[in-house]
Design a protein around this ligand. Structure first.
Ligand code: AMP
Length: 281
């Protein structure tokens, strides 16, 4: 497995690959878990060369505490990437990606960034768009792999490549969970033992909401989720939104032939956890 810290050397290597070689790309912020590695394995299944990046992108963090406390496990990450079949790892510095201008570009995501994560984390998706676009320009993959854990991000990246006519196929991958249902996240290691024990409640509640959605009104499902979290001492609900999968806009009534999803964000102390689930009826 090759490791590059400089975009110039990475690009020089990628340019030497045969033209018919299909390149798959998995951008990450490191502190890798099996969810990340599933993306690498999926990429390896459909591409000849898999490039992963590890870069904690400062412009997508709205809270300094979250950025400062973001876990870093580089040595273990490299071992795990190699084992998963990754061919190339790109680990740039902030300077390499931003020079001395640590700011986001402006994007028009047709409103996809105005709800949920975008509404609660100011500037988050402009930061995500900026870094993903720059990484795409450097790696120029044929396919790029993103997790449905960050479903809104996945839709926003699809929108970006569509609007900017970037010739990369964006592939969504299912959410990987711990045995107790908690969605895998790099932030899970920051949970105290008590918070970790409480956290599977998030997915349990999503599963109940999914069941209720089949027979009940939107308001009733929402009321159920809000009430459920009131009884949880260690978990604070930030939002629960039932939205159209494509527009991400909240729904107030169900229509046939549309795909819906329930999206949730919860604080466990200072640690913010997100999850989502398909809703069909
Ligand atoms: P991150 O390092 O958190 O920026 O995540 C890098 C990529 O891994 C993103 O495309 C995430 O959606 C994806 N990812 C993170 N957690 C999971 C998970 N539990 N299951 C599947 N994909 C995930």
């Amino acid at each position: 497995m090759r490791i590059y810290r400089s975009k110039r050397f990475l690009q020089a290597y990628l340019k030497r690959l045969p033209l018919e070689n299909k390149v798959g790309f998995v951008p990450t912020m490191g502190a890798l878990h099996d969810g990340h590695l599933s993306l690498v394995k999926n990429a390896k299944n459909s591409c000849n060369t898999v490039v992963a990046s590890i870069f904690v992108n400062p412009t997508q963090f709205d809270r300094k505490e979250d950025l400062d406390q973001y876990p870093s496990t580089l040595e273990a990450d490299l071992k795990a990437l190699q084992k998963a079949g990754c061919d190339v790892v790109f680990i740039p510095t902030v300077k390499e990606m931003y020079q001395n201008q640590i700011v986001s570009e402006d994007f028009d995501f047709d409103g996809l960034d105005q709800v949920m994560e975008g509404a609660h984390r100011k500037g988050h998706f402009a930061g995500v768009g900026t870094i993903v676009k720059r990484l795409f320009e450097i790696v120029k993959p044929h396919e790029a792999f993103f997790g449905e854990k960050d479903f809104q991000q996945l839709q926003i990246i699809k929108k970006m490549v569509d609007k900017e006519q970037i010739p990369i196929k964006i592939i969504g991958n299912p959410i990987y969970r711990e045995a107790d249902g908690l969605a895998m996240s790099s932030r899970n290691v920051r949970l105290t033992p008590a918070q970790r024990k409480a956290a599977p409640f998030i997915y349990q509640t999503l599963l109940k909401a999914q069941k209720l959605f089949k027979l009940h009104d939107i308001e009733e499902v929402e009321g159920f989720v809000v009430q459920s979290f009131k009884a949880q001492k260690l978990l604070e609900l930030e939002y629960f939104s039932m939205a159209d999968e494509t527009t991400l806009l909240p729904i107030n009534k169900k229509e046939k032939n549309k795909k819906y999803r329930g999206f949730i964000a919860v604080f466990a102390g200072p640690v913010r956890l997100i999850d989502n689930i398909e809703l069909n009826f």
